[in-house]
Design a protein around this ligand. Structure first.
Ligand code: ZN
Length: 391
C-alpha cells in the first residue's frame, strides 16, 4: 500500500505514529497547513521545511481553475511544480464547489458550477475530480463528496449521504482504473533510463496515490454510523470525517466527531477535515484523529490575529505600539526570537507585506508545536497538563 499508518504509541483512543507516503514520512497526529493554490500564502517552501511541515494541503478547485491541471501535469505534477518534495494532500474540490451557493447545480452525475474568477461554466463529477487529482499528483487524494449543508432535515441528510456513497464508489472505480497515470510514474521512469536510480530499487513508479473515503451524514449520529460502515465496505486506505464546521455549534461538532470515530477502523488513518482552533486540534488529536487541516492559522495571521501561549492576540491594537516584548515569550519561532510586538504592530498598521509573512510563520509554528506537544504526551503516556502550548 502506498500510504499507510504506522502506529507507534497509544494513549486511550489517541495514537501517535507515522504516516508513510511516497513523499516521506509524516509524524502523526499531524496538522496540515493549507496551501490553496500550491502556496501557503506568504511563506516560502524552505521556511515551511524549517518549520517542520511534513505534509501540505492544496485545493483541487482552485488549482483546476488556475493554472489548470494540464499545466501542473506538464510541469511534472504539483510536487515538482511547487518544488516541494514532501507529502501533499489534495481535497476533491467538492467543498469549494458547494460553497458557491448561487453558482452551482447538483445532480446525480456531478456538479455544474461557474468559476468565481470569471463566471466560466465547469462541471465536476466523481470521475473528473479523480482525473484532476491524479493529474496534480498529491500523495493522498480525496473522494468527491457532497458536503451536506447545515441545518438539513432527516430526508435531506439521508439523500445527501446516499449520493456521497454512490459517488465514493464511482471515485474508487475511476481511481483503480487510472491510478498509474500519476505524474511521478514518468518522473521515475525517466530517472531510471537516465541511470540516476538503481533499476532494482523501489521507486515512486511502483507506488500510487492513496484515495481516502469521506464519511458524511449531517449531524445525525445514526446516519454517521451508517455512512462510516458503508464507506468502509467500499474500502479505502484511510477515512475522513467531512461535513463539519459548517455553522453548527462547537459542542455538536465534538459530539459528531466522537461518535463517528468509534466506527472507523483503528489501524487506518483518520482525517478530520477543516478543524479548528489550537484547543480543538489538541482535543481531537487526543480523541484519536490522526490528520487535520484548517485555514484558521494562516487566514487569521493575515488579519493580525495571533495564537499564543497566553491566548489570542490582535496585533493591530494600539496597546502594542511600544511593547518591546516578544509576540509570545514562550514561543521559539524565528519571529518571536527576533521581533517585538511593537515592530509587528507597526508592520501590520502600515500594511507591510512582511506583516503577513511573519504573522503566518508564527501561527503555523504555534499549531505545529501544539501537535508536537500532543504527540509527546501520547508517546509518554502522560496527561495533557503543564508546559507547552496551551490546550
Ligand atoms: Zn512565535
Amino acid at each position: 500500500m502506498s500510504v499507510h499508518l504506522q502506529i507507534e504509541a497509544t494513549r486511550g483512543p489517541a495514537r501517535a505514529g507515522k504516516l508513510i507516503t511516497p513523499h516521506g514520512e509524516v509524524e502523526t497526529p499531524v496538522f496540515m497547513p493549507v496551501g490553496t493554490l500550491g502556496s501557503v500564502k506568504g511563506v516560502s517552501q524552505d521556511v515551511l521545511e524549517e518549520l517542520g511541515v511534513e505534509i501540505l494541503l492544496a485545493n483541487t478547485y482552485h488549482l483546476f481553475l488556475r493554472p489548470g491541471v494540464e499545466t501542473v501535469r506538464k510541469m511534472g505534477g504539483l510536487h515538482r511544480f511547487m518544488s516541494w518534495d514532501r507529502a501533499i494532500l489534495t481535497d476533491s474540490g467538492g467543498f469549494q464547489v458547494f460553497s458557491l451557493t448561487d453558482l452551482r447545480k447538483v445532480g446525480e452525475e456531478g456538479v455544474a458550477f461557474r468559476s468565481h474568477l470569471d463566471g466560466s461554466p465547469h462541471f465536476l463529477s466523481p470521475e473528473k475530480a479523480m482525473e484532476i487529482q491524479i493529474g496534480l499528483g498529491a500523495d493522498i487524494i480525496m473522494a468527491f463528496d457532497e458536503c451536506t449543508e447545515y441545518p438539513a432535515d432527516a430526508p435531506r441528510a439521508r439523500a445527501s449521504m446516499e449520493l456521497t456513497l454512490r459517488w465514493a464508489e464511482r471515485c474508487k472505480n475511476y481511481f483503480e482504473a487510472n491510478k498509474y497515470e500519476v505524474p511521478w510514474a514518468t518522473e521515475s521512469a525517466e530517472l531510471r533510463s537516465a541511470g540516476r536510480t538503481n533499476a532494482s530499487a523501489p521507486t515512486r513508479a511502483d507506488q500510487t496515490q492513496a484515495l481516502f473515503g469521506i464519511v458524511q451524514g449531517g449531524m445525525d449520529r445514526e446516519l454517521r454510523r451508517e455512512s462510516a460502515d458503508r464507506t468502509i465496505d467500499i474500502g479505502f486506505p484511510g477515512y475522513a470525517i467531512g461535513g463539519l464546521s459548517v455553522g453548527e455549534a462547537r459542542e455538536l461538532t465534538r459530539d459528531i466527531v466522537a461518535s463517528t470515530l468509534e466506527h472507523l477502523p483503528s489501524d487506518q488513518p483518520r482525517y478530520l477535515m477543516g478543524v479548528g482552533t489550537p484547543e480543538e486540534i489538541a482535543h481531537y488529536a487526543q480523541s484519536g484523529v490522526d490528520m487535520m487541516d484548517c485555514v484558521l492559522p494562516t487566514r487569521a495571521a493575515r488579519h493580525g490575529l495571533l495564537f499564543t501561549s497566553e491566548g489570542k492576540l490582535s496585533i493591530k491594537q494600539a496597546r502594542y505600539a511600544q511593547d518591546e516584548s516578544a509576540l509570545d515569550p514562550a514561543c521559539e519561532c524565528r519571529v518571536c526570537l527576533r521581533y517585538s510586538r511593537a515592530y509587528l504592530r507597526h508592520l501590520y498598521a502600515s500594511n507591510e507585506l512582511l506583516a503577513q509573512v511573519l504573522n503566518t510563520v508564527h501561527n503555523l509554528h504555534y499549531y505545529l508545536a501544539t501537535m508536537r506537544t500532543v504527540r509527546g504526551w501520547i508517546r509518554a503516556g502522560r496527561s495533557p497538563t503543564g508546559a507547552g502550548p496551551r490546550m
